[in-house]
Ligand binder design. Structure first.
Ligand SMILES: NC(=O)c1ccc[n+]([C@@H]2O[C@H](COP(=O)([O-])OP(=O)(O)OC[C@H]3O[C@@H](n4cnc5c(N)ncnc54)[C@H](OP(=O)(O)O)[C@@H]3O)[C@@H](O)[C@H]2O)c1
Length: 410
């Protein structure tokens, strides 16, 4: 067990797991550095790495690649792994902890898992004492599984066993590992119950009011990879989380409803995000990663519907204008747009980091614009500055009866 006030560096400390882990380790009395490109630490370029690691006892790597294209993701985990382990050796780090995925060695026809395997190999070959924690799929990732398998209004999924886990339970396990001695091996963490993938997604879509239908198809692949009942579940003696999927679903659905309570004096068309949520439009609001980081919504973008008009010459279609205001360092959760929505966005103030459909993150300054096709996945949408606010206007041409302008992933 490490001493109180030990310095622990979290690579990817602003991500879903990272933000929760920061809180857990700070509560345990440690000095925690949440490192990521937005805090000036980039494991790909090496920028800020040596400074961040100075006097660090433990490094926990919970970063993830911005693009999951085969070449990009392999390049990310190989380059970041090499840079990070080399910098740790110089800084005298005593324990390297990394988060990987249960079943990685069984899923190697996927580029993502080949990249995770490459990361694990680098760790095992390095002189730094280590612990690799392999987790099953996060509950927050289920929306992404559905999205990837969607064709039109149907989601084709295999009925294979899974044992998903909530991100809080992963962060709790990682906190424990980070303050313990390295095991120089791999341990697995998983949720408390097994459930078949088609059923898991069916429950998720039903609880979130998503109209898509899950079609069970024995030969459907998981992110392009053949899977069976053994592929995604842990081996003997995994560490188990305590949160059940249905409990998490009802909790997050209730939280969304609570946050949808409107304020009384708002006008009908110029409304805050709570009114948008009340209308069933879950555009961006509170992301799990931001609430985890701050225990408040201060880091979230604010969304206001500023224009909503049926198109007179295109029956059934409307044009809607949405103003998105990002506080310094603010962001929107990853989300998908409805299949009827074509979106044009222009940056009004500051600069926005944006990635659509897994493409590399691009920076858009005031006056620059981009567009999104129907059903596109908007993975990164964030203020590029930690000190200045940013604003963008999104104009959507969308089915008039479309109630959900975005569907958050997590
Ligand atoms: N999703 C699942 O179901 C699942 C299951 C098992 C294991 N895992 C593993 O869990 C890990 C974390 O996942 P997550 O969902 O928490 O990820 P996430 O929310 O996507 O966060 C990724 C983090 O990586 C950071 N990052 C990106 N590029 C970086 C760079 N060049 N240098 C330093 N940091 C960089 C990001 O920083 P910015 O915010 O500044 O961009 C962010 O903090 C991944 O390695 C994944 O393989 C995931």
């Amino acid at each position: 067990m490490i001493k109180k006030n030990s310095k622990i560096v979290l690579i990817g400390g602003t991500g879903l797991i990272g933000t929760k882990l920061v809180n857990n380790l700070r509560h345990l009395g440690h000095e925690v550095v949440a490192a990521s490109p937005s805090s000036g630490v980039n494991v790909l370029t090496g920028e800020g790495l040596a400074d961040a690691l100075k006097d660090a006892e433990v490094v926990v790597d919970v970063s993830d690649a911005p693009s999951w294209e085969d070449k990009d993701v392999l390049d990310f985990f190989e380059t970041s792994g090499r840079n990070l382990l080399a910098a740790e050796a110089v800084a005298g780090v005593k324990h390297h902890v990394a988060l990987s995925v249960v079943g990685t060695e069984r899923l190697l026809s996927s580029g993502y898992f080949r990249a995770k395997m490459a990361e694990e190999k680098l760790i095992k070959a390095s002189p730094i004492p280590y612990t690799i924690v392999r987790a099953t799929q996060f509950f927050e990732f289920v929306g992404g599984i559905a999205q990837f398998a969607t064709e039109g209004k149907t989601v084709r999924l295999p009925p294979v066993l899974m044992q998903p886990i909530v991100s809080d339970d992963v962060a709790a396990a990682l906190a424990d590992v980070a303050i313990s001695e390295p095991i120089n091996g791999v341990l697995e963490v998983a949720g408390p119950e097994q459930i078949r993938q088609d059923e898991l997604v069916r429950r998720f879509l039903s609880a979130t009011g998503d109209a898509r239908t899950v079609v069970t198809y024995a030969n459907a692949r998981y992110y392009g990879t053949k899977v069976n009942d053994q592929s995604l579940v842990p081996g003997a003696n995994p560490r188990l989380g305590s949160t059940h999927f249905d409990e998490w679903l009802s909790r997050t659905t209730l939280q969304k409803k609570a946050k949808a309570t409107p304020r009384s004096n708002l006008s009908r068309k110029v409304a805050t995000v709570s009114v948008l949520l009340l209308c069933g439009i879950v555009f961006t609001a509170l992301s799990l990663r931001d609430t985890a980081a701050n225990d408040s919504s201060t880091n979230d973008s604010k969304v206001t519907l500023v224009f909503d008009q049926a198109l007179p010459n295109v029956p059934g279609k409307s044009i809607k204008g949405v103003l998105v205001e990002y506080p310094p360092g603010g962001s929107s959760p990853a989300h998908t747009h409805p299949h009827s929505a074509f979106i044009y966005a222009t940056v009004l103030e500051g600069a926005i980091r944006s990635s659509v459909n897994g493409a590399p993150v691009r920076l858009y300054h005031a006056g620059e614009n981009f567009y999104e096709e129907p059903g596109d996945h908007h993975g990164v949408s964030a203020n590029a500055s930690k000190t200045e606010p940013a604003r963008l206007l999104a104009v959507l041409v969308v089915d008039s009866d479309e109630k959900r302008l975005t569907i958050p992933d997590k």
